[in-house]
Design a protein around this ligand. Structure first.
Ligand code: UT7
Length: 314
């Protein structure tokens, strides 16, 4: 039994920037409302890219950032709730594009908490000896699932992918991925849903907001406790980017003072399972957190589901 750690990250966002003013041209909304109530200034919306395209691009960058090649990877896991294809799954398609031969390959759908679930299962697989080097990807094209006449959702969601290369730690090296705290609230499942055909994302915004600002801080604290890290020791907090007010509320309840709190929602919107690896990848790229420093990841959303863990920054 050995632990695992994140070796490197990569991310991809479509080039098309859509501002609040752009959205105000198609639905009855305005820049001030969106900034005040959600915290978004602009987001990226895919034109031609698919979930597979974005996942592959992010994973390719993560590989390049650590110097591993396709031949080193034996597991590919993709968290997504917006894949159009039922089979082959996104993980197999990414593996084929990157030339990864014979990896374990599966998709996970727990909506916005997906990256935490994927990272947890990959850490478990490595500890169990079922894998050595894995790609863990969160990729979403939410613009496909949005009713662009519904102002309560079309202002929020966007497209992106983030990826991590996860590797087994050496003998005696401390684990770089702490125990996952995951769970769900199935009887509130309707609060965020992408159901039926043709599927559109619907959410009971206030129900999710209340849950997120009351139930999640104690669960995030549990993730810190299980990793043996006090919140005051965290170098950064990277929660799901659903709403700047939710992020601030959880950070306050965790008593964070010096930690960097990811607010990528400002320029990226809510990208569901991509939001945590996307924000983390940018923090690492900007060298805002020293290598080895503890970072709390925490995802939450559709299901309702949540998952989080403390990782050591690559
Ligand atoms: O990632 C998945 C997990 N999801 C979440 O975490 C979402 C959590 N919830 C939220 O972030 C917030 O509830 C929203 C951002 C979705 C909505 O913000 P809110 O402060 O809860 O607004 P509301 O739905 O209570 O609406 C308040 C008012 C309403 O008008 P009245 O009835 O007070 O006259 C809405 O019709 O704001 C109106 N409104 C808008 N006005 C301008 C709703 N959407 C808009 C809009 N532009 N886009």
């Amino acid at each position: 039994m050995t632990g695992s750690r994140i070796l490197a990250l990569g991310h991809y966002q479509p080039s098309q920037v859509v501002t609040n003013d752009d959205i105000a041209k198609i639905v009855d909304t305005n820049d001030e409302w969106i900034r005040d109530r959600v915290g978004i200034v602009s987001r990226r919306i895919a034109v031609d890219e698919t979930v597979v395209d974005m996942a592959t691009a992010a994973a390719g960058k993560a590989l390049a950032n650590c110097g591993l090649t396709a031949a080193d990877i034996d597991l590919v896991v993709v968290a997504t709730c917006t894949a159009i294809d039922r089979s082959p799954n996104v993980a197999c398609q990414v593996a084929a594009r990157l030339g990864i031969v014979a990896p374990g390959a599966y998709d996970i759908n727990t909506a916005c908490s997906g990256f935490g679930y994927a990272l947890g299962t990959v850490d478990h697989a490595i500890r169990a000896g079922a894998a050595r080097n894995a790609l863990v990807i969160g990729a979403e094209k939410l613009s496909d699932m949005i009713d662009w006449t519904d102002r309560s959702t079309c202002i929020i969601f966007a497209d992106a992918a983030g990826a991590a290369v996860v590797t087994a730690t050496a003998e005696g090296e401390p684990a770089g991925i702490g125990p996952v705290v995951w769970g769900s609230v199935p009887d509130k499942g309707d609060a965020v849903r992408i159901q039926g055909w043709r599927p559109y994302l619907k959410q009971e915004g206030q129900t999710v907001f209340r849950w997120a600002t009351t139930a999640l801080a104690p669960l995030a604290l549990q993730a810190c406790e299980r990793a043996g890290v006090a919140p005051s020791e965290l170098a950064a907090f990277v929660p799901h980017q659903a709403n700047a007010r939710i992020i601030d509320g959880i950070a306050k309840r965790l008593g964070l003072t010096d930690a960097i709190v990811a607010k990528d929602i400002v320029e990226s919107g809510n990208t569901s399972a991509a939001s945590v690896p996307l924000a983390l990848s940018k923090i690492v790229e900007r060298r805002e957190v020293p290598s080895g420093a503890p970072v709390l990841l925490f995802g939450f959303g559709g299901g309702l589901t949540y998952a989080g863990q403390v990782i050591r920054c690559p």
